[in-house]
Design a protein around this ligand. Structure first.
Ligand code: PEP
Length: 245
């Protein structure tokens, strides 16, 4: 269960969140839990999460670990050194607004793995693509361009997130059946690239307007292994409600 805070919260607000959130998930041993705050909040989150079951992640990273003249970028190795366990890669907002492509997703994922971070690699179709019947084609292009070129060892260490763009931040959650269909497609793509055992083992999260009151139906689907949560991860009670579905 991963929370993506996007561009919300200061370090002080991060500390407050953890003070409220940790007691609510103390006994949630059924799930791995991650909070992905903005870079600036990572040290406060790592400090606050110390000794807890909650891992901290970033929302993006650069595609090489070698330091250099790349103003505004952060290497995966720096994130690891700061205490991160996870990093979200290829979120649709990065694809839409910051020029992320399947090629850069692949490069960032490889660099993150090199630094021993767990990449949460996002894929998902836009509304127009779904409405024109192109969902499976889009998932296939994104998977084959951004993920399939990993080695089998690399693939075994990533988490995939299916996030239909039309469901992100819109309150329009995909029905459990629609989400399950897409997850099945992704598991099929994983099987074609890496074999059945690897496809069965990979964790595929659903993301898009997940809330405490809709998470149970989604999690009941056989191919949905967890959730990537935006808006509802900003409030401790709401995200705990999702984690403790
Ligand atoms: C997200 O940002 O990854 C996300 C799924 O957002 P929301 O839950 O707000 O739709």
């Amino acid at each position: 269960m991963a929370g993506n805070w996007k561009m919300f919260k200061t370090p002080a607000e991060t500390k407050d969140f953890f003070a409220k959130f940790l007691p609510l998930v103390e006994k949630s041993g059924h799930a791995d839990i991650a909070i992905c705050p903005p870079f600036i909040d990572v040290p406060a989150a790592v400090e606050a999460a110390q000794g807890s079951r909650v891992g901290v992640g970033a929302q993006n990273c650069y595609w090489q670990n070698k330091e250099g003249a790349f103003t505004g970028e952060v290497t995966p190795a720096m994130l690891k050194a700061a205490g991160c366990t996870y990093v979200i890669i290829g979120h649709s907002e990065r694809r839409q607004y910051f020029g992320e492509t399947d090629e850069t997703v692949l490069k960032r994922t490889k660099a993150a793995l090199e630094a021993r971070l767990i990449p949460i690699v996002c894929v998902g179709e836009m509304l127009a693509e779904r409405e024109s019947g192109r969902t499976n084609e889009v998932l296939s292009t994104q998977f084959n361009g951004g993920i399939a070129a990993l080695s089998a060892e690399e693939f075994a260490k990533i988490v995939v997130a299916y996030e239909p763009v039309w469901a992100i931040g819109t309150g329009k959650v995909a029905t459990p059946e629609i989400a399950e269909d897409a997850h099945k497609v992704l598991r099929g793509l994983a099987e074609a690239a890496f074999g059945k055992a690897a496809a069965d083992a990979v964790r595929i999260l659903y993301g898009g307007s997940v809330k405490p009151d809709n998470v149970t139906g989604l999690m009941a689907q056989p191919d949905i292994d967890g959730a990537l949560v935006g808006g509802a991860a900003l409030k401790a009670e709401d995200f705990a409600g999702v984690v403790n579905f």
